[in-house]
Design a protein around this ligand. Structure first.
Ligand SMILES: Nc1nc2c(ncn2[C@@H]2O[C@H](COP(=O)(O)OP(=O)(O)OP(=O)(O)O)[C@@H](O)[C@H]2O)c(=O)[nH]1
Ligand SMILES: [Mg+2]
Length: 332
């Protein structure tokens, strides 16, 4: 299952209370205070993982709690710290405060970690209050409460090249033809309802990640079709492949409409390096519309059915993925 936004609550552990104790040993008269400090409460830590691709599992539990620290012990022993709660999130997750909308963390890189809720400090045991004037203190401090936060998680998949196009343009067929991913293909619009990633191998050690998103239609900005909801998954790609059905009416006009929709979502999308993939070219002879030349980008005649132009597509998209800038800021 794919889920790209969810809300959770995190609660760090409370610090353990300080202990009040005295040394009671044979032959040690007035042994003095011996109460240890409480242990620290566990933190809640978020860690980005490239092996996770959905927030689905995380979204199943609403609240995540780290362990409390233990109370200080006798004999000046510090209490045990609470165990941290570690949450693995897909790389590409933006973490916001659910109440204020403030961005707290942007987990872009595999292994990146952030303490999102700090465990409370342990309280001081009575030993800490010993002084020349008070040699048998009975004071201690309680452990501090752990941090608590409501988080809004938003996943923006990390891929190199994003496929955009109208429903039925042949995007998923292309992903199937060039990668080992198997998104569903069918002759009705909106077959793809959730984004999917496919790894495209060029040569040993050289590959790029393609993201297939649901089709966009004119008026998506106003909520038509599936709207702009999934466009966030192409925000961070290094390049875009506009997929246009060459066998349809006025491919260039279609391309223009598509661009307009993307622009309404975010004008920066149009500044990404791009290529134009004219699909379904096995269905007839389709000369390239001269107006495409103005776009100054590769325009490829392709067919997922006959594999026409697919090797070229792989190389061009790979080249653009290497040259294009990674996730730029200013998208949040
Ligand atoms: N003849 C021919 N048909 C194709 C080709 N590529 C896709 N199709 C057909 O076009 C239809 C739509 O293909 P999809 O790959 O599902 O299109 P999509 O762009 O992913 O569509 P949505 O997920 O609905 O946005 C299917 O019936 C495919 O079999 C092609 O290269 N040649
Ligand atoms: Mg599809």
């Amino acid at each position: 299952m794919f889920l790209d936004e969810t809300k959770i609550e995190v609660l760090a552990g409370k610090g353990g209370d300080g202990m009040v104790a005295f040394r009671h040993e044979k032959y040690v008269p007035m042994g003095g205070p011996a109460g240890g400090n409480g242990g620290r409460g566990g933190h809640v830590i978020l860690v980005a993982s490239k092996d996770r691709h959905t927030l689905y599992d995380i979204g199943q539990s609403r609240i995540f709690k780290a362990e409390n620290g233990e109370k200080g012990g006798t004999g000046d022993c510090t209490g045990r710290s609470g165990v941290d709660q570690i949450l693995l999130l897909p790389a590409g997750t933006l973490v916001k405060d659910a109440d204020t909308g403030e961005v707290l963390a942007d987990l872009k890189k595999d292994g990146q970690r952030v303490i999102i809720a700090e465990g409370g400090r342990g309280g001081a045991g009575n030993t800490a209050f010993k002084s020349s004037r008070n040699q048998a203190p009975r004071q201690f401090t309680p452990g501090a409460p752990g941090g608590r936060r409501r988080l809004a998680l938003e996943l923006k998949l990390l891929a190199d090249c994003g496929l955009v196009g109208f429903p039925n343009a042949g995007k998923s067929s292309l992903v199937r033809a060039v990668s080992s991913a198997t998104p569903k293909v069918a002759d009705y619009p909106f077959t793809t309802l959730k984004p999917a990633l496919g790894v495209v191998s060029i040569a040993p050690g050289a590959s790029f990640v393609l993201v297939d998103i649901p089709g966009i239609i004119e008026g998506a900005a106003e909520g038509k079709g599936l709207g702009h909801r999934f466009l966030r998954h192409i925000e961070r790609t290094r390049c875009l492949a506009f997929t246009i059905d060459a066998s349809g009416e006025d491919p260039y006009g279609q391309y223009k409409i598509l661009r307009k929709e993307l622009e309404k979502f975010h004008p920066l999308l149009l500044e990404k390096p791009k290529l134009i993939v004219l699909s379904k070219c096995d269905l007839g002879e389709f000369p390239i519309d001269k107006r495409f030349k103005k776009e100054k980008c590769p325009v490829l005649l392709t067919s997922s059915a006959s594999r026409l132009g697919l090797a070229e597509f792989k190389l061009e998209a790979y080249g653009l993925s290497r040259a294009g800038k990674p996730a730029s800021d200013g998208w949040n």
